[in-house]
Design a protein around this ligand. Structure first.
Ligand SMILES: [Zn+2]
Length: 312
């Protein structure tokens, strides 16, 4: 990131915070590092997304420029009920992931876990509702091969919408879920296990994410290899999907909620699980959603000074 870029951001954002902090300008949130949507990192390389920029001027260890450790930067959040769409890319036939992760999307909305996101709001003080609906899914049979770029991920979403398999939905969270044999060349398994961003598709702002089958790299993307639902790849994806979904809801355009390091809410708690229990097969879990047990990372509560938690 260039110095000029940082300065231009400070100038552009100056109007937002001047009123609140006319004197304490050096400590305000204007120069927070912007998130790139890839801040979750991997088990071996946590918080990779913007770590090199984390030492920037104004960064405070362990928190941000507000008392809750995460700052609002003026952009929108996703309000009302957020609609989840899955695109199953590659070969998922015979894989229980399609059931395990559909059940997750069916049951995460309204849970005490997802209610953490109601501590986030927009410039009009409209709070995230914590409600989520699993709308529908589509399949993509390797339309762009087995090595995908970031641009390819948006194309996969655009194609699913364009052929009518999924609707245009500005309040949608679209997930491209790739099978084990598919690579994402910008750093799946080395820099991240998933990421989220947004793009304009036929004039609509579409929020989308990439999450690959963690079985491609268990040491990087699976917290455990024996898992609650007997599918280590899918169970690890559940935590990554939850991570990306809570970031999409609170920072859909990468200009709402993040801290001085560019960490969004879930980035601040990545790979931490809180109090765990042991399932009948010996695996660990920390929450029950619907009829299933999952091991899902904690999320950042933007209240009471800020903290990682499993519920709110
Ligand atoms: Zn993240």
């Amino acid at each position: 990131m260039t110095r000029g870029w940082r300065l231009s951001v400070m100038v552009a954002a100056a109007g937002l915070c001047m009123v609140a902090l006319p004197i304490l300008a050096p400590a305000n949130s204007d120069d927070d590092t912007k998130p790139n949507g890839k801040g979750m990192g991997t088990i071996l390389n946590p918080g990779n997304g913007n770590r090199d920029a984390g030492q920037a001027k104004g960064a405070k260890p362990g928190g941000g420029g507000t008392s809750n450790g995460i700052n609002y930067h003026g952009g929108p959040v996703m309000l009302g009920t957020v609609n989840v769409y899955y695109i199953w890319y590659g070969n998922w036939s015979g894989n229980s992931a399609t059931s395990i992760l559909a059940d997750l999307a069916d049951s995460i909305g309204g849970s005490p876990y997802f209610h953490i996101n109601t501590t986030y709001y927009d410039g009009g003080a409209n709070h995230v509702t914590g409600l989520v609906q699993n709308r529908m899914s589509a399949n993509d049979n390797y339309s762009l091969g087995t090595t995908l770029s970031d641009t390819n991920i948006q194309t996969i979403v655009a194609n699913a919408i364009g052929r009518g398999a999924l609707p245009y939905d500005s309040n949608g969270a679209y997930f491209v879920l790739t099978s084990q044999d598919v690579a994402e060349s910008s750093g799946f398994c080395t820099k991240y296990c998933g990421w989220h961003t947004y793009g304009t598709i036929s004039g609509t702002n579409i929020k989308y994410a990439f999450v690959g089958n963690a079985d491609r790299c268990p040491t990087a993307c699976e917290a455990q290899t024996t898992s609650p639902n007997g599918n280590a790849g899918a169970d690890a994806m559940a935590s990554v999907i939850a991570h990306e979904l809570e970031e999409m809801v609170t920072d859909p355009n990468l200009n709402a909620w993040y801290d001085t390091r560019g960490y969004e809410n879930a980035d601040k708690c990545a790979w931490t699980f809180g109090t765990v229990s042991t399932a009948s097969n010996g695996s660990l879990y920390n929450m029950t959603l619907g009829a299933r047990q999952y091991l899902i990372q904690r999320n950042w509560v933007s209240a009471s000074g800020g903290y990682c938690a499993l519920s709110y």
